[in-house]
Design a protein around this ligand. Structure first.
Ligand SMILES: Nc1nc2c(ncn2[C@@H]2O[C@H](COP(=O)(O)OP(=O)(O)OP(=O)(O)O)[C@@H](O)[C@H]2O)c(=O)[nH]1
Ligand SMILES: [Mg+2]
Length: 230
């Protein structure tokens, strides 16, 4: 993952202000990124994106690229910091919505987005206003725990080697998922889900790996997060 770190280092060096984006459902800030920003004397703004998927209070500026919430506040912050021309880098883990945030601020689709983690490859500069240049950059992973990455929607399920343990971890942390799926707990939950959804192997055995992938995909899509009355 060192090349990813080098890339973000370059972005931080080139910018005056960094926006650290986190996903409201898994709002883990990256201490390592924050240290890199601080050490270089750059300004850091924390933005919690996808607030449309949660009800809790969040840290930093609450934002939703989907609904446009927080746009005005973030623009105001940036304008305040821009005495001359400033360069602003958008950083954070894969799939938190960095490119979507840029599009929301710009008011049209200038950066490409995708439901798949690890989508943006190179850096892309976008003029936001006469004084503000923004740069989109690939997501940064500074650690490598596959289960965590899957549950944080920072890794594509199809690339996971062991979706089963990630699904079991999900059940133990969020028993409400089992309830919503109408499953009893334990190892058998995946077998039960595979049978229910017709995911069977050739011999008729339940395909637990595919069942795990389906559940994680739904978790990543936010199916279990949607607030009921919003
Ligand atoms: N519900 C909701 N979904 C969002 C929001 N912002 C982005 N998304 C979704 O999150 C997914 C990732 O968005 P991107 O903007 O591509 O994320 P990214 O951080 O640029 O991802 P990488 O380039 O892969 O690092 C897409 O499916 C978006 O539609 C939001 O505010 N609310
Ligand atoms: Mg992107």
């Amino acid at each position: 993952m060192d090349s990813a770190l080098n890339r973000v280092r370059r972005v931080i060096n080139q910018c005056d202000v960094l926006i650290e984006v986190v996903d409201a459902r898994f709002p883990t800030r990256s201490k390592r990124l924050e240290r890199m920003v601080r050490r270089r004397g750059k300004k850091l703004l924390l933005v919690t994106n996808k607030v449309d998927l949660v009800r809790e209070e969040v840290q930093g500026i609450p934002f939703s690229a989907k609904t446009g919430r927080g746009k005005r506040e973030l623009m105001r912050e940036l304008e305040r910091l821009a005495d001359g021309e400033i360069r602003v880098g958008v950083i954070g883990r894969p799939n938190v919505g960095k490119s979507s945030l840029i599009n929301a601020l710009r008011g049209r689709k200038v950066a490409r987005t995708s439901a798949r983690a690890g989508f943006t490859r190179g850096e892309q500069w976008i003029r936001l206003s006469p004084k503000i240049m923004l740069v989109d950059s690939p997501g940064v992973i500074t650690w490598s725990d596959e289960e965590e990455l899957l549950l944080e929607d920072a890794l594509d399920v199809d690339k996971a080697r062991d979706p089963v343990s990630a699904a079991l971890k999900l059940f133990s942390r969020h028993p409400e998922v089992l309830k919503k799926l109408g499953l009893k707990g334990g190892e058998e939950a995946l077998e039960e889900f595979a049978r229910k959804t017709g995911k069977l192997k050739k011999g008729g055995e339940p395909n637990v790996k595919e069942a795990a992938r389906m559940i994680i995909r739904r978790w990543q899509r936010g199916d279990f997060h949607k607030p009921k009355n919003k």
